[in-house]
Design a protein around this ligand. Structure first.
Ligand SMILES: [Zn+2]
Length: 392
């Protein structure tokens, strides 16, 4: 039993906690606030509130508002240029995972030369080290899905090369994160479900990963339990603050899982789907893959699936040992049913069966590293057959 533990982020967690941004020490004097190109941050008043709270502490801010749901390299470069031109000394990601991830990538490129893809380790990235530091990052999350407020990871797509690749360094942990469930009540039902399942799979993958630790296990099982108990309510009634808080906690715990263990190849496969079909939401892609993906591992790490089934309330009484791992698949499908996302299809997003070999190849080429963290070494044929089994 050996592990390293490093999560250097100050987290303000709970309903109403955004207010404390007004008197929590900030890492700089001028912020680049990164938000999506959609209307939500302005419409719900979150942007104005954040600007005011920063101002209360004498910090100025400028806004970069171009981020797409699947964020792209071009906007990272543009945001970094704006940060440099405006003399920003910290970056605030406000919104969902795409805005916060972009803030992290912008914070890297505001301080380092060349192109963002020079620093990316997979695909056509050059894998150069980040040598010139990173601007401090503040994450204010208005969704519960990526866990990015509690981990160093950022996922960006190279829009010309169909490469959607994760990246991070110890310096891309946010220095300060705000997780205020009151800011999540406006997330629509279907997105609440997709994002909640993204958090679920960060926990479930982190639990089966071959680098899981006793600490990541505790976070993962608690996250799975919280999501199983509260995600259907949060989807059904978005203004239920208790359910939203439980889902937000699960999401932050899943971020801790990503910081202490890792996602596995389900994320590599999903990134391939949404690299070619950017209109497919990340969480929806994971839901589509999940039954086939976890069924593949049921006889490889049976005790891990059984423990997750128990965390989801399944009793082992009278169930033969070899049938216990399947209880996890059963619980997973029941949760999808309760959240109204069971039976989603790749074909609904324009993905064709003929694309499957290309998608499997892309997963290995761009996010091959995560395959090395699977509890069983998957071959290209295995990946193709998982995609085929998941195809509808
Ligand atoms: Zn994810």
């Amino acid at each position: 039993m050996k592990f390293n533990y490093y999560i250097p982020t100050q987290i303000l967690f709970g309903p109403g906690k955004l207010e404390e941004l007004g008197d929590t020490p900030l890492p700089g004097k001028k912020a680049l606030i990164v938000i999506s190109s959609g209307p939500a941050m302005k419409k719900f008043g979150y942007l104005d509130r954040v600007i005011e709270l920063l101002k209360k502490q004498g910090a100025e801010s400028v806004v970069f508002d171009k981020i797409l749901p699947n964020p792209i390299r071009k906007h990272v470069m543009e945001g970094a240029e704006m940060a440099r031109n405006e003399g920003c000394d910290f970056v605030v990601g406000l919104g969902g995972g795409s805005s916060i991830d972009s803030a992290k990538s912008i914070a890297v490129m505001a301080r380092n030369e060349g192109d963002y893809w020079d620093y990316i380790g997979g695909g056509t990235g050059k894998g150069q080290p980040v040598t010139n530091g990173v601007l401090p990052i503040v994450a204010i999350t208005t969704t519960a899905g990526t866990g990015t407020e509690a981990d160093p990871w950022t996922v960006v797509t190279h829009e010309e090369r169909n490469e959607k690749i994760g990246f991070g360094t110890p310096e891309t942990f946010p220095v300060l994160s705000v997780v205020d469930p009151e800011m999540m009540v406006s997330v629509p039902r279907h997105l609440t479900a997709y994002q909640g399942f993204d958090a679920f799979f960060h926990a479930a993958e982190g639990y089966i990963a071959n680098i899981a630790t006793p600490v990541s296990d505790i976070y993962a099982l608690k996250s799975i339990e919280l999501l199983n108990n509260s995600l259907p309510t949060a989807v059904e009634n978005g203004s239920d603050i208790e359910a939203r808080t439980n889902v937000a906690l699960a999401n932050t715990l899943s971020g801790f899982v990503e910081s202490t263990s890792s996602c596995t190849s389900e994320h590599s496969l999903e990134h391939a789907l949404s690299a070619y079909h950017p209109e497919l939401p990340h969480g929806a892609g994971l839901i589509i893959l999940s039954e086939a993906y976890f069924t593949f591992f049921a006889d490889k790490v049976p005790e891990r699936l059984t423990a997750m089934a128990q965390a989801m309330g399944k009793s082992l009484d009278g169930v033969a040992k070899e049938k216990q791992p399947a209880l996890f698949i059963e619980a997973l499908l029941e949760l999808q049913e309760k959240c109204g996302v069971r039976g989603m299809k790749m074909s609904d997003y324009g993905i064709t069966r003929e694309e499957i070999p290309k998608l499997a190849q892309n997963a290995f080429d761009t996010m091959g590293f995560l395959f090395t963290l699977d509890p069983y070494k998957m071959s290209m044929e295995d990946a193709v057959s998982i995609l085929e089994n998941a195809y509808k």
